[in-house]
Design a protein around this ligand. Structure first.
Ligand code: SAM
Length: 276
């Protein structure tokens, strides 16, 4: 049973990663200490029952280095802090019956108010949900142009619908399958967005040439050794002739996109027709 005697939420902010706390000997989790918002730095605020799952893989490699360098910030707010009563309950049984539990509106409301405090119009609020619009590169590009994003990670059967209506929450899906929680989807979204932020990737042109940037899937890539298991690298790539290499890559991109993703191919050819 849900205990409703003490309904005072604890709106303590989560713990953030930022450039003021950097010590290279610490692990990413150990770096999570309260920090002020750094002006002009893109920030992800994540509402989750599992704040310890962050930064997770985001603390590794390029996103991890960028986090340590203060190119972006991450704050994981523990939904449990906003729980009801001495047991900090966050969920209750579905109205109308049925299996599982639903995250309560009177828990999520104060949590969202806290996570959205001080944010402006360029700060979307997203609920990771299998019902949402599928994630794509256009979404990530838009998010990278925002000041930051608040991500609500569901658990159990999901969240009370009234919260989504009240805050006009955008629902975004990682794909047509059901996971146990929104945290992996949130990390996928953050990863794909952070790598588009200025200065995060060493070689900016790599985001211009990769899959989806021109509406096509990427061409095949090869590296040494030149001969592996009797398979060689296409001669044109070893020719040093940049014009021919570009033409070969474009042709392979078109071929792969046409074969694997008729939806992308149709949009690409329609866009080409429009520009003619
Ligand atoms: C078990 S799921 C709830 C599924 C929900 N009852 C339904 O049928 O749509 C629990 C949580 O995992 C997250 N989740 C599951 N699959 C997801 C997906 N494909 N994309 C994004 N989030 C997902 C959502 O936050 C969701 O609230």
């Amino acid at each position: 049973m849900t205990d409703t005697k003490d309904d005072t939420p604890d709106p303590s902010p989560g713990r953030a990663l930022g450039r003021k706390t950097i010590r290279p000997t610490l692990t990413p989790r150990e770096l999570m200490t309260p920090t002020p918002d750094l002006a002009g730095v893109w920030k992800a605020r994540v509402l989750t029952l599992f704040p310890q799952a962050f930064p997770g893989v985001l603390g590794e490699s390029l996103t991890g280095k960028a986090l340590k360098d203060g190119l972006w910030q991450l704050e994981a707010l523990d939904l449990r802090r906003f729980g009801i009563g001495k047991h900090r309950n966050v969920d209750d049984t579905p109205a109308g019956g049925g299996a599982g539990m639903v995250l309560r509106a009177d828990v999520l409301g104060p949590a969202i108010d806290t996570a959205m405090a001080g944010t402006g119009p360029r700060w979307p609020l997203i609920y990771l949900s299998p019902r949402g619009r599928p994630m794509d590169q256009a979404l990530m590009r838009n998010l990278a142009r925002a000041d930051g994003v608040t991500l609500l990670c569901g658990r159990f059967e999901g969240v009370d619908e009234r919260v989504l209506e009240h805050y006009n929450v955008q629902e975004v899906s990682l794909g047509d399958f059901v996971m146990t929680g929104g945290e992996i989807a949130a990390q996928a979204l953050i990863d794909a967005t952070v790598r588009l932020l200025p200065g995060v990737l060493g070689n900016a042109s790599s985001t211009e040439e990769e899959s989806f940037s021109s509406g096509l899937l990427e061409h095949p890539q090869y590296t040494r050794p030149a001969d592996w298991q009797g398979r060689t690298i296409p001669d044109v790539l070893m020719s040093g002739h940049h014009g021919r290499i570009d033409a070969w890559r474009r042709a392979r991109s078109e071929e792969i996109t046409r074969a694997r993703r008729p939806d992308l191919w149709a949009a690409y050819t329609a866009a080409q027709d429009d520009t003619e």
